[in-house]
Design a protein around this ligand. Structure first.
Ligand SMILES: [Fe+2]
Ligand SMILES: [Fe+2]
Length: 260
């Protein structure tokens, strides 16, 4: 299967066309090549380290959440040009999906985090609108101690979570949106007592204190590994074209450790 066809398949699965996104997100195929794809990999960021790791692992189709086109300063363009040059040199095609990958109800980042927290069986509703569509979840009808949630988040991400315990000690209405979600208007409207996300800026932390909302922060990168990993998994061993092609496709996937 050619990279272009695989990108189309990703767009179909993720319903890319249904989403508006932030300027720079540019969901879809970002760097192409004409070789048949033999190994699919994933990373959270299309940074130089991930591209080089992909090259080293002979990944020829890299699925990422944060793509190449954020920012337009001279420096941004310079960094981007270097990444693209390196991806082309190494024969790594890059497919990026931002909000569609956060939002996907089965394969997305937010549902992945929710399940990793052990909340998969709880009652949930879409929550956390970004560019017109919900990208996260609100969990209700639960009674979870803040301490337990923090411990579970730490186990799910492999990193100690930051807890700003401004709300009740027992959480009943929990918002889960991966990455950097700090829209407290939405949190208040949804009646949340707890918001779990990756990171929050300082003004958001101060407001959360006054509003009496727990903020539990698991790390931007750490909360956003789920979606790209799940999409890459789909292509593991998928039958496409002739048998030989299918066996070679996505024999493995890889992960960057995000340590920079
Ligand atoms: Fe995200
Ligand atoms: Fe993000």
């Amino acid at each position: 299967m050619k990279a272009k066809e695989l990108a189309k398949e990703c767009d179909r699965i993720l319903e890319t066309k249904k989403f508006r996104d932030y300027p720079g997100a540019r969901n879809g195929f970002q760097v192409s090549h004409n070789k048949p794809v033999k190994k699919v990999g994933w990373a959270v960021d299309a940074d130089l380290e991930s591209i080089r790791k992909a090259g080293k692992e002979r990944v020829d189709f890299l699925i990422v959440h944060h793509g190449l086109f954020w920012g337009s300063s001279v420096l941004d363009r310079k960094i981007r040009a270097k990444r693209i040059r390196e991806a082309k040199r190494l024969g790594v095609a890059i497919y990026s999906s931002h909000l569609p990958l956060d939002a996907h109800p089965e394969l997305g980042n937010s549902i992945g985090l929710l399940r990793a927290l052990g909340l998969g069986d709880s009652k949930r509703k879409p929550f956390g609108v970004a560019m017109g569509r919900a990208i996260g979840w609100k969990v209700e009808g639960v009674r979870w101690k803040v301490r337990d949630l923090v411990n579970r988040l730490g186990r799910a991400t492999g990193r100690k979570a930051v807890v700003l315990g401004f709300g009740p000690k027992v959480c009943r209405k929990i918002g889960i949106v991966t990455g950097g979600f700090g829209d407290l208007d939405q949190a208040v409207k949804a009646g949340l007592d707890t918001l779990i996300t990756g990171e929050a800026d300082y003004p958001t932390e101060v407001k959360a204190k006054e509003l009496g909302i727990n903020l539990i922060l698991g790390g931007h990168w750490e909360t956003e590994v789920f979606g790209a990993m799940e999409i890459a998994r789909i292509f593991r061993g998928k039958k496409v074209g002739n048998r030989k092609e299918a066996e070679g496709l996505a024999a493995d996937y890889f992960v960057t450790d995000g340590s920079g």
